[in-house]
Write a protein of this length. Structure first.
Length: 140
DNA sequence: TGTGAGCGC
């Protein structure tokens, strides 16, 4: 089934106004470090972007709860200003609920804005208390 | 104009 709307990352090139070609070596080096163009593998965690600044965590959970059991939802906001950054995360209880959530909410309107829902990228923990707050450095 | 394409403390 083809998606009815483009993925957020695909929109970036539409905003590009560059009229010259980048150096091939630099482009190849950047491609080696950049994220692959494939979508993230299915996960119960969803990354939701395109949110209105007025959309709150409760509204996010409310909207996504129609398609499955939401165990956690969060709109990311600036810690000091308190304003929404325009994206958030929704975690479903099961993979199939997450899939239904994407199918049901991706490209739909929430608070007047078209939102994008996709699988969130896996994120390693910043530090482990077992290592005295320091990340593992390969030392045994 | 927290009018943006952004992965969380």
């Amino acid at each position: 089934m083809p998606p009815s709307v483009a993925a957020p990352r695909s929109l970036r090139r539409l905003f590009s106004t560059s009229s010259f070609f980048p150096p091939p070596a630099a482009a190849a080096a950047a491609a080696a470090v950049a994220q692959p163009r494939v979508e993230p593998e299915p996960n119960t965690n969803l990354f939701v972007s395109g949110l209105s600044k007025r959309t709150t965590t409760e509204k996010l959970r409310e909207a996504f709860s129609q398609f499955g059991e939401v165990v956690h939802a969060r709109v990311v906001s600036d810690r000091i200003s308190g304003y929404s950054k325009g994206f958030g995360f929704v975690r479903y209880a099961t993979l199939e609920d997450a899939a239904k959530g994407i199918e049901g909410m991706n490209g739909k309107y929430l608070d007047g804005w078209v939102i994008f829902a996709e699988y969130a990228r896996p994120r390693p923990p910043p530090a482990s208390p077992l290592n005295n707050g320091f990340p593992s450095y390969g030392h045994q």
